[in-house]
Design a protein around this ligand. Structure first.
Ligand code: GLU
Length: 433
């Protein structure tokens, strides 16, 4: 066999944002191309001039790059109409196509077609429902099957990796290859991504575009890692694997034949793992960018304080979007008591909390060890259980019953905020009396 360079392509239609299925197809193409020192061609299938939008195109390119992938060449089908017409004419001239009512039809006699799919093995097509196919529509635009074949042939694509939903197009495309005397490529049809319920992943499922996941605060490394696992396995039960590592070991053989079910829990878990791999400084930068994008970063917040918050939340964050709520009491001066929290505050503890506040105010170096000691000592002096002080303090400081460890939270907030917030709780009780 000749040592031909592998040439694969990803061929999105810019009629919508890059969705999970498309991103995974792009990823498998990218991994295979990089593993084999081949080339990845990006082909924008924008022949539907009415439905193709620049906004979608820009987003598709940006998402591919955001996920960490690149391409070697890019083509736009909208710039290649002359080429498709030239080949349609060739088919007409040789008697394999004819013109009717402004459209061009490709005629064929179907005899059994066989492909040796790199993922699915041998696939035999026994019959086709029709014996002709439109290749140029009456508005002069080419149909998908035709422009796809012309481009795959002229761009010297020798391996077509695409979603399994295109298997039914393959026999028609092979007939066009044959009629035009083009060399046929190899095929690798990647199984579909299923929803957790077993059906096809559809818009009804919730977020399906990469953009939405990005907006929800998933890191690009996590999404790309998760996409890899949808149909491919790095072996040895590994689940956390980077793009640069995967491109060294990717094989088409290890791609599953059956559909892969999308699991949000798994994606969340992976995202949490990548967050924990970040240094506090990097995580802090991610938080800052995310808060900025969501107009949730107060101007007066200093970087040092944000680093402390990053360290407080790193171990317990699954998605950056969770921080929009969780960080509210840390970023805003006003703490709002949740309804659930208010129930705990039914019982006024003015005397006890005032005593605690005075003790905390006396701490010189406001660190979590000394804060904890102060709490314990106050409870002892007041002759009450520690938790009697812990619950209302947590609510006074963050408005809710839940959150990171209280003593760390107190250290992070700093003495000034803590005293102010305890005073506010004391006022709240005084007004209720
Ligand atoms: N534009 C087609 C799609 O997005 C490409 C199909 C193919 O890869 O042949 O589904």
């Amino acid at each position: 066999m000749s040592e031909e360079t592998l040439r694969v392509r990803f061929a999105p239609s810019p009629t919508g944002y890059l969705h999970i299925g498309g991103a995974r197809t792009c990823l498998f193409n990218w991994l295979y191309a990089r593993k084999c020192a081949g080339e990845l061609i990006l082909r924008i299938e924008d022949t539907d001039l009415a439905r193709s939008k620049k906004e979608f195109l820009d987003e598709i390119l940006e998402s591919i790059e955001w996920l960490g992938m690149d391409w070697d060449q890019i083509y736009y089908q909208s710039e290649r109409f002359d080429i498709y017409h030239e080949y349609a004419k060739k088919l007409i001239d040789q008697g394999s196509a004819y013109k009717k009512e402004g459209a061009v039809f490709f005629k064929y006699n179907f005899d059994q077609v066989k492909i040796d799919d790199l993922i699915r093995g041998e696939i035999i097509f026994k019959e086709l429902p029709k014996n002709e196919e439109v290749i140029i529509k009456s508005d002069n635009s080419p149909t998908y099957n035709f422009s796809c074949v012309i481009d795959d042939a002229l761009m010297e694509i020798n391996c077509i990796i695409r979603g399994e939903d295109h298997i039914s197009n393959t026999p028609k495309q092979l007939l066009m290859y044959k009629a035009l005397g083009f060399k046929t490529p190899q095929f690798a049809h990647v199984p579909l991504i299923l929803s957790g319920q077993g059906g096809r992943l559809s818009k009804r499922f919730g977020a399906t575009s990469i953009r939405q996941y990005r907006q929800e605060g998933y890191l690009s490394e996590s999404i790309v890692n998760y996409l890899m696992l949808l149909g491919w396995s790095p072996g040895e039960n590994r689940e956390i694997i980077s793009l640069s590592e995967a491109k060294e070991i990717f094989t088409m053989k290890a791609v599953n034949k059956t559909g892969a079910a999308f699991s949000l829990d798994k994606l969340n878990w992976i995202n949490g793992e990548y967050i924990r791999q970040k240094t506090t400084e990097d995580f802090s930068d991610l938080i800052i960018n995310y808060l900025k994008e969501n107009n949730a970063l107060p101007e007066s917040i200093d970087k040092n304080y944000l680093n402390k918050l990053a360290s407080l939340f790193k171990e317990r964050t699954l998605r950056l979007s969770d921080l929009l709520t969780a960080l509210k009491p840390y970023l805003n001066d006003e703490v709002i008591y949740s309804d659930e929290a208010k129930k705990i505050l039914d019982n006024s503890l003015i005397k006890e909390v005032s005593f605690l506040r005075d003790s905390l105010d006396k701490i010189g170096d406001f660190n979590k060890e000394d804060i904890e000691k102060t709490f314990r000592k106050a409870a002892e002096d007041l002759n009450i259980k520690l938790k009697i002080l812990v619950h209302p303090s947590r609510i006074a400081l963050t408005g809710t019953k839940h959150g990171p460890g209280l003593f760390e939270t107190i250290e992070t907030l700093g003495k000034e905020r803590v005293i102010k917030r305890l005073n506010k709780l004391i006022d709240y009780w005084s007004q209720k009396q």
